[in-house]
Design a protein around this ligand. Sequence first.
Ligand SMILES: Cc1cc2nc3c(=O)[nH]c(=O)nc-3n(C[C@H](O)[C@H](O)[C@H](O)COP(=O)(O)O)c2cc1C
Length: 206
Amino acid sequence: MKETVALYRAAASRALDANFDVVEIHGAHGYLIHSFLSPITNQRTDAYGGSFENRIRFLLEVVEAIREVWPSSHPLFLRTSSHDWIDGGWSTQENSELAKILLEKGVDLIDCSSGGIKADISYPVSPGYQVRFSEDIKRSSKMLTCAVGMITDPELAEDIVKNNRADAVMLGREFLRDPNWVLHAAAKLGHSLTWPNQYKQAAPKK
Ligand SMILES: Cc1cc2nc3c(=O)[nH]c(=O)nc-3n(C[C@H](O)[C@H](O)[C@H](O)COP(=O)(O)O)c2cc1C
């Protein structure tokens, strides 16, 4: 485990050398860190399993190691699965508790996803279905958050940020459908953006 923590530190160091502006730790979707957080997968009986404090220990060590090399001038994000969608799994309450602790440890923003600890779990999805997880964190701490999940409509994105339901939004599949979504969203919301030279002839006429 110490070796793995060191690998996270080394990865952040390489990201800095490569001039990345932001590092996001993947603590969601059933990957290693999530498997420590969730009581569904974490069956350990040592200092890294059992209580909430023990299950978050590995993540805290990763955060600390990354912050040793990733300067405070550079934002550090963390993606978590806010909810396992399974009774007895990682809960939104634990996720909000974690956010409070991470605020003191140098994490700047929590990217609020969900699920992934177990296959074949069904849960209700609709536009902006994970925004409530961001709101949960914002209600209980000053941690910045990001909402993600079926946010495709510029007005919905604007509403989420304007009404302080999240500090930012992230889009996934919509960028596959429309790589120029930002240009189209800006036009729809009445903001002027400079279109790349190559696309100028396709820009909406003022
Ligand atoms: C092709 C594809 C690859 C993805 N890969 C990752 C990934 O590597 N890590 C991750 O956290 N989420 C991944 N996701 C999930 C997205 O980051 C995002 O959370 C999800 O698609 C929901 O947002 P959306 O409705 O805007 O797509 C992927 C999604 C797609 C469609």
